[in-house]
Design a protein around this ligand. Sequence first.
Ligand code: FE2
Ligand code: FE2
Length: 264
Amino acid sequence: MREPYRVAPGIHALPSELPIPGLGLQPVNAFLVMAAEPMLIDAGMPVDRAAFEHSLHSLVDPSDLRWIVVTHDDRDHTGLLPRLLETAPQATLVTSPISVTRLCEEFRLPQERIVTANPGGRLRTADRVLSFHRPPVFDSPGTLAVHDHASGTLYSSDSFGTVLPEIGDHLHDHEEQEFFEGFAVLNRAIAPWTRLVDPVKFLEPIAELRDLRPERLLSSHAPAVEGNLDPLFEAMARVPDLPPWPPEADLEAALDAHETAHSS
Ligand SMILES: [Fe+2]
Ligand SMILES: [Fe+2]
């Protein structure tokens, strides 16, 4: 893991990364929101458990944590979840009903400490209103994007991610071309079904997020983006027009290579 960094007043990123062979690094972020009721958005990767816990404790006393929002059940978002339910006894888990079921494949969750939300839902905390949305791309059906209206921050879960040779804290740490090349790869890689969608219907969830007029977009898998988010929404709108990713396998070439290797 890298050191946590402050994205905006009261918002900290807990950044890590995953190698993607041949392509670079996929950022993997969780976020801590120091609202009146401190809130964690996603819970790191199993491989980072000790480092994630250390980083989190450097920012907040876990006994003060009141909300743990899990955007979906994938392992890169749930690493510290079971431990947190022990060390943060005041915290309530917020996730979708589909994610609850899928999380229960791996974890014994205290059902009385769960609040469920679906796209279209809202949650009021002491000083925040969160709204939940279906992001345009996702790799788990229960995925929620979360908009914090008080800070104008959209937490987009897996969508709007990218792959980079090295990872900076913000989009402006990168060449835009590099960011958007990785963006075109990752958003197809996690949602290969985008090549099958109606490109006009695909615009609906993008418009829903754009109409929130967020001031910043925090993806689980990208550096932070502040200010004008239109280039991201426009790049997402083009995803269904791109050729499939991964590229169609060249089966004959693979068989030829196999035969050559075994005849020598
Ligand atoms: Fe995922
Ligand atoms: Fe993810």
